[in-house]
Ligand binder design. Structure first.
Ligand SMILES: [Zn+2]
Length: 474
């Protein structure tokens, strides 16, 4: 008797397990055989191209995403608008050595910084890698100078926090421009706006690594003068940017949500293919797959496409503000923004309390070797505003690959994105969202503001948070 009861129990338990396994297998199969993410990415990269927040190209990207979601059956997919303080347009930028030799320099402007007023000629001063409180030369030497700087990590603050702090110091000292040696190979320059939106304090240019080495060789022998001509434009008229949002409604009562997201804005010198076109393509395709397979998780899966990430998470911050009342029912946030490399699992931003439940919930990712949990924390992706709000927010954890070589340069193009890895990342994101949305219990709870602040202190992101948010709590 007990034996047959056990058999029935096993059959019932087995049927439940098989039902879930079958869904996971169907999602994995669709993601790895349809090629949908790569096809969407090709369209985004080749028809829209680079997408600076606030630009017509970024608007076109938002329309392409909305149209694709509607075509997939998300009738209620929609834009959610938020205001921008300023828009910025890149103009031409050139640089050259004026003395002791005449020589062109490979330079590119950072974004959301002003240009020079026509060509400026300035003595070059090298201050190396100081902390912002410790400029190694007398301030009067910086007045009117082009200042060569290598911002470094100071304490737990990443180099981009130091870069913004030093830019303010140099502007206060009256420097003509900040010149940052690029760390990219093959004379590639770098661009970013982190710490500069809504308006950087002085012209900031990236100079190719090879050219910076040349400049330093010249400076070892005597004074060097360079010329810079950078033409950028700001527009401070009122402007509404937008995020794109679509829901796959859950079947259970209540209003719990699992959000998966990526940012569709990018840098302009290339196609923004890996950063973060790959994340957008994965989330678009996950939405299409779940809809076309008729997957109905118990809780709602929300697909969020943010803009303004590159200017300091403007879109995701606006989302968190606008959806304040819903944050208690936000079970988890999954962000993909580290490129389409081999997936390892998720970075859970120091939430040790979620590690064990997540290992259980994300067990279906083991077959992809992507069930890893990293406690590592960062603050330069769209999970950050959710971490500030105490919501369990995770970033897809991938192998580094060549991502950093092309990141924010002229080579972030479609051909650099491996379609096999993009397909696997799509499967991992979709399965993780489904598993979290279908789990009986959430992986953990929302932290109080005090707990969230303590976590950010402990994980070393408090300095970056301070730079991004200034004095405002959210
Ligand atoms: Zn990105």
């Amino acid at each position: 008797m007990w034996r047959s009861i056990l058999c029935v129990a096993l059959l019932v338990a087995g049927r439940g397990a098989f039902a879930q396994d079958d869904t996971v297998a169907r999602i994995a199969g669709a993601a790895t055989t349809r090629g949908g993410a790569s096809a969407f990415l090709e369209k985004l990269a080749d028809t829209v191209g680079g997408r600076v927040t606030g630009s017509p190209q970024n608007r076109a990207a938002s329309e392409l995403i909305l149209e694709t979601l509607k075509d997939a059956g998300y009738d209620k997919a929609h834009f959610e608008e938020y205001p921008m303080e300023s828009r910025w347009t890149r103009g031409p930028a050139s640089g050259r050595v004026v003395s002791p030799v005449e020589r062109p320099l490979a330079v590119g402007s950072f974004a959301w910084v002003p240009g020079t007023a026509g060509e400026v000629q300035a003595p070059l001063v090298d201050i190396g890698s100081p902390s912002s409180n410790d400029l190694p030369v007398p301030l009067d030497r910086l007045r009117g100078a082009a200042v060569l700087v290598d911002p470094r990590k100071v304490g737990s603050d990443p180099s981009f926090v130091m870069r913004a702090a030093l830019a303010r110091k140099l502007a206060d000292a009256g420097a003509a421009a900040m010149v940052l040696p690029s760390d990219k190979p093959h004379r590639m320059v770098y661009t970013s706006a982190f710490g500069f939106y809504p308006r950087g304090p002085l012209p900031v240019v990236s100079v190719a690594k090879e050219d910076a080495l040349f400049l330093r060789r010249l400076m070892a022998k005597g004074p060097v003068k360079i010329a810079l001509d950078v033409r950028n434009a700001f527009d401070t008229r009122p402007y509404q940017e937008r995020n794109v949002i679509a829901d796959l409604p859950g079947t259970a009562p209540g209003n719990e949500i699992v959000l998966m997201g990526a940012h569709f804005d990018s840098w302009d010198p290339a196609q923004g293919a890996n950063d973060d076109g790959s994340g957008v393509a994965a989330v678009v395709e996950a939405a299409r797959i779940l809809k076309s397979l008729g997957v109905r998780p118990r809780r709602t899966i929300r697909f969020a496409f943010f803009s303004g990430e590159e200017e300091a998470c403007l879109g995701s911050r606006a989302y968190v503000k606008a959806h304040e009342a819903e944050l208690d029912s936000l079970r988890a946030v999954l962000i993909m923004d580290s490129g389409a490399q081999a997936p390892k699992g998720f970075q859970i931003q120091g939430r040790a309390d979620l590690e064990a439940p997540l290992k259980r919930i994300l067990a279906p990712l083991r077959s992809f070797d992507a069930a890893g949990i990293s406690l590592e924390a960062s603050f330069d992706q769209d999970h950050a505003p959710f971490v500030v709000a105490g919501v369990p927010a995770f970033a897809l954890w991938v192998e580094e690959g060549e991502y950093d070589t092309h990141h924010h340069t002229i080579t972030d193009t479609f051909d650099k994105v491996d379609p096999r890895m993009l397909a696997v990342d799509t499967a991992v994101m979709a399965i993780a969202a489904y598993a979290l949305a279908d789990a009986a219990e959430p992986p953990g709870r929302r932290l109080s503001p005090a707990e969230a602040a303590e976590l950010m202190q402990k994980t070393g992101v408090a300095g970056t948070r301070q730079m991004v948010y200034g004095a405002s709590p959210r």
